[in-house]
Write a protein of this length. Sequence first.
Length: 596
Amino acid sequence: MKINRYTWIIALVIAMATACNDLDVPPINIVGDQDVFTSESGITAYIARLYRDLPIEDFMTNAGGMRSNPEGSAQEYTDESLNPNPRRSNLSGTDFNYYDYAPVRNMNYFLQEFPTYAGDFPQSAADAWLGELYFLRAYHYYAMVKRYGGVPIVQEVMNYTGQPVDELKRPRNTESDCIDFILSDLDEAIRLLPDASLAAGRANRFIAYGMKARVALYAASVAKYGTVQLDGVLGIPATRARDLYIIAYDAARETARGGYELYNKGGDLAANYSNIFLDRSSTENMFVKYYKYPDFAHHYELFMIPWQIRGAQNYSSRGNPTLDFIERFDDADGNPFILNTGTDDAPVYYTNRTDLFERAEPRLQGIVIFPGGEYKGTVIDVRKGIVEAGHPVTDVTSTDSFTDEYNGMTIQGASGMGYNETTSTGFYIRKYLDPSIPRAEVALDRTETPWIEMRYAEMLLVRAEAAVELQTFGDASRMDDAAGCMRAIRERAGAKRMFTAQDLTVDLVRNERRMELFFENKTFWDLKRWRTFDREFSNREMRVLWPIYVYDQQKYYMKKTVFNEFRYTFQPVLYYQKVPEAEIQKNTLLIQNPGY
């Protein structure tokens, strides 16, 4: 009977989670509430499915919003990376969509029905489960609101019985009201959740504080830099910005009470930064999505690893850090890290390709594999081509073959540029790659590396940004703390230049955030909330680096150039995405966002 019991529970949970995406479809009840809400195992199965349904933008989220290959991801539309095989260079209003009320309905059902059974359990357990549901519902609503602005707020389970269908349709609430609803759910989660998670990968009080900080910071930025449209369905009144920044700052500060701290085990600072994303015991990582082969794994390793140490399925290099990103950093002395390459007319030559990067900040070394750098004990041999003897440096002989040679030297290099599975920028990503994974396990749906959805460094950056923004409202009382937060992050990174409360600016904090949170799917939404996306990306070409071997010199010329196969433009209309037409057809009270 035990096997049958769990089979029915799983069937119920799966059925509820895969139900139709209408606002007005009641939850599917297969075996009755008593089979779920009267046992800890049933409740755990129900909640586990809701966690798995969370719209976390992890390794495998592509532009279609689906779990797939890590290509078409948000990093392609910022200056973080280039895909050598881009599907397109510009976004549409349907990219990265997420409009889904089925999980919300399942959460509403739990919140509506479970209190009837809560007395059968210890209050601490019942409170914790309810707190998780409020957290999960807030997470789902935030995923929709940051895309579309105001959406219908539905807190109850609607039922067909005795109700005309038209009464089940809901108009869009204002974006401001949606933010208040999300923050209210998070406050309830904070009240109910325990200080420590019930299990790895689940929420606790301080993770809920972290989510509150993230949501309030986003909303504050929209209030300060956005505009109100459609009678408030889009946008947040500017008068709310100051209070929202305060909420963000206070919530982020509360997370420090959860025992989280920056990961810093000493030794090599570059390796220390890389290990943040690999060490499962890290006290920096707050909210984590775990994977387990063969049931639930991903293939980030397969698609990001350098070509010459690829797996047997011959994939590689679907996201290459850009030169634009590399030159965001300072060098090891605290000066701007502008690579000294010279020009075609006055080239600077390097005996070893890595000589160009010897003064790189340690954090950058932990994020990027430079041409000629080592990974897994192998020199990653990246070369655009060769300049033959007697030719100027502009006469580059290149190839898409790994066997073509010039005087016994391969033209492309073992991981070089030209073939469609090799780097298109001169760089490979290091972040999130695990050198302990055997080559035989670099395969589709094989990698178990966890996704770090929230970590303490983000909370320090929220505090710093909120404090600096509050200073623009005449409140500088938090600036010393902002400088301290920045100092902690930069000292861990190995950066030399520190900022005081007097010289810290919004732009400096934003740049620090873009460096620290590289490839964590935060920059895309940051550029949106800052309303700078359209200014940064208007017919923009990404910059790359060509390592060219100059045969006469027996040295390298590291040529800066642009990837001119396509250009990026972000249209202002894309600050809000297109409400799916299918949803408007089902609910005619929904109005479309402007420009669509």
